[in-house]
Design a protein around this ligand. Structure first.
Ligand code: UPG
Ligand code: MN
Length: 594
């Protein structure tokens, strides 16, 4: 696709803001240098015996830390870019490359099946030639309720996809579509036929939801509906098993391929959480469709009091990433990656060739087994998603893609291309924040620490940026403590210099943030920033250090996507709810007693 002529996208340097940012960096560096010079000179020639040395040292350390964090973060501001895209220049359908969509789920209680199936349905309904679209769902919970949900989703998709195609519906996740206001663009077809058809599909959607929920409540005859952690691999191509439904072959041809994959799990084998699930998908899809491109999605962004859209990251910082080598993989946005960047095809295609026709499914069982990775490049972190950090998206993006010369680009269109559920309570926010902090610090504490591993493989700016990204939780916690110390030293003759340094730092953040969104959001974000800095960033950092010295095992607590009515009411009126600390420490797994 990259070679098509004329280009599909163009990158523009944001010249004015880059000029302002660089000038600001320069002025701020001079102010910082003067401040540090003032501190250092104290030890050499300004030292009077009246000033106690310990507080002075602490404040100096806090300033050094603040300056270091500030310096690293300049890499984001150095070359921010934006992009224009030209979808109208896409090649004809027959020249488009095939795509494998990867969706992951793990716990039907925290990730209700209807929500997961909405992701499946919207991926199946993407405006793309169906024979080139393959949707894979990885079910790490091995729950029958999910497999049954897939079959129900397939049945409903036979109505949903033609409806979306005939009326050119833009929002293709049924839940979001049906709950949107009547006057939104997708509903503006006016015609009677359309309204009837819409009502008809809505009824079918309600039936679909009810059937999925009913199965969840009562289960199938002898089936289990809960998570299983000790089971063999289950791989089912939903399309192939549905002939009993009397479906016409030509209907099947208009549907994308839908595959359910639940890899083998055994308690004695490490499963490497989401990275392990994605690697099993890479292998299984390698023998089934082997599409050259992969679209990665989580199974799950409104009144965003918990800042789950991470606007300052995705709308501001990520543009700085884009001006260098591009953002890391990140599913909160979504990623598309060439298969070859993650998975040398020689690993899988030889297997595919040795097994013909129906033997495929047996072959896929082997590929999804616990022992398959032992002694192979997969287990040795040479291919696929990398193990060793619960922020496998950042880790893989940095080590496997950017350090190996791949560039990524950020595409952030005004209309969101996928919708997800946002966080609606503080507990979930802290659980997620703790996992991210811990996963990022896993990388900073490993031999892949970007400031050591990065400069030999990527540019210095890129390494600074990646280093800031993986150290930010710990740095932010320390910076917050440092800032308090600085506040205590406020009444000092050098107050004018501090004021200058702090105001300049803030003005930069506010200027950049205000470019992207509204004042109210800014307040929400600053509030969450402070809360996370002294809670989840701290917990996550402690967690990572404890894992490093072998006192804790890695864990991946998924965020809760199930709606709670009481909580939703409070969330909608913008009320924060503070969980008690033992709930948080329990759900983040950070408690000291056994
Ligand atoms: O053992 C596991 C644990 C999780 N998941 C799936 O991983 C995804 C991410 O989990 P989620 O609870 O949604 O966490 P988030 O904090 O929203 O995820 C962000 O952070 C994760 C790293 O911590 C990345 O893996 C995700 O891509 C990124 O969106 C979900 O689809 C889960 O079902 C698995 O498949 N297996
Ligand atoms: Mn998620």
């Amino acid at each position: 696709m990259e070679n098509s002529n004329p280009p599909l996208h163009l990158c523009h340097g944001n010249q004015l803001s880059n000029f302002i940012n660089r000038t600001h960096t320069l002025i701020h560096s001079i102010a910082l240098a003067l401040l540090l010079y003032y501190r250092a000179s104290f030890f050499f020639f300004l030292h009077d015996t009246k000033t106690p040395i310990l507080p002075w040292l602490l404040v100096f350390a806090a300033e050094l830390l603040l300056s270091f964090e500030w310096l690293l973060s300049q890499a984001y501001r150095w070359r921010a870019v934006s992009r224009s895209v030209f979808p109208e220049r896409l090649p004809e359908d027959d020249k488009l490359p095939a795509i494998d969509v990867f969706i992951c789920t793990t716990d039907p209680d925290k990730e209700p099946t209807v929500g997961v199936m909405n992701t499946v349905l919207s991926s199946m309904a993407i405006e793309y030639p169906p024979e080139k679209l393959h949707v894979y769902l990885s079910d790490d919970g091995g729950a029958d309720v999910t497999l049954n949900g897939m079959k129900e989703a397939w049945r409903f998709a036979k109505w949903w996809i033609p409806f979306c195609n005939s009326y050119k519906i833009k929002c293709r996740a049924p839940e979001a579509y049906f709950s949107a206001l009547e006057d939104e663009d997708d509903n503006d077809f006016g015609g009677l036929e359309f309204s009837q058809e819409r009502r008809n599909i809505k009824e079918k959607y309600e039936v679909f939801k009810e059937r999925v929920r009913e199965y969840g409540r009562h289960g199938g005859d002898t089936k289990t509906t809960s998570i299983r952690s000790d089971h063999s691999a289950v791989i089912q191509v939903i399309q192939a098993t549905f002939s009993e439904d009397g479906m016409e072959m030509n209907e099947a041809r208009n549907m994308p391929l839908l595959v359910y994959v639940s890899r083998e799990k055994r308690p004695s084998y490490p499963h490497h959480f989401k990275a392990g699930a994605l690697n099993a998908l890479l292998r299984v899809s390698g023998v089934i469709s082997n599409s050259p491109y992969i679209l990665g999605l989580d199974c799950d962004i409104n009144n965003d009091i918990y800042d789950s859209q991470l606007r300052s990251a995705y709308k501001v910082l990520w543009q700085g990433f884009d001006g260098l080598q591009g953002p890391c993989l990140s599913d909160n946005i979504l990623w598309v990656s060439p298969r070859s960047s993650l998975n040398p095809s020689s690993q899988i295609t030889s297997l595919a060739r040795s097994s013909g026709g129906n033997a495929f499914l047996a072959e896929t069982q082997l590929l999804a087994s616990c022992t398959y990775e032992n002694g192979t490049k997969w287990g040795k972190r040479q291919v696929g998603l990398l193990y060793g950090s619960v922020s496998e998206d950042y880790f893989t993006g940095f080590v496997s893609l950017h350090c190996k010369g791949w560039n990524s680009i950020l595409f952030d269109p005004p209309r969101p291309q996928f919708l997800g559920s946002g966080i609606t309570n503080l507990n979930d926010l802290l659980v997620q924040g703790t996992r991210w902090s811990s996963g990022l610090l896993d990388v900073a504490l490993s031999k892949f620490c970007p400031l050591i591993y990065g400069p030999f493989k990527t540019s210095l700016l890129e390494s600074m940026l990646l280093c800031r990204t993986c150290n930010f939780p710990t740095l932010l916690f320390l910076v917050t403590v440092g800032a308090l110390l600085l506040y205590l030293s406020w009444a000092n003759s050098m107050a004018f210099l501090y004021t200058r340094v702090i105001l300049l730092a803030l003005s930069s953040a506010f200027f950049l943030d205000l470019q992207a969104h509204h004042f109210r959001n800014l307040i929400y974000e600053q509030r969450i920033w402070m809360m996370k800095s002294i809670t989840s960033h701290l917990y996550g950092s402690v967690d990572a250090f404890m894992k490093k010295i072998g006192m804790r095992k890695a864990s991946f607590v998924p965020t809760n996507k199930a709606e709670d009515n009481e909580q939703m009411k409070r969330y909608k009126i913008g009320g924060l709810r503070f969980p008690n600390i033992s709930t948080v420490s329990h759900s983040t797994g950070l408690h000291w007693s056994s």
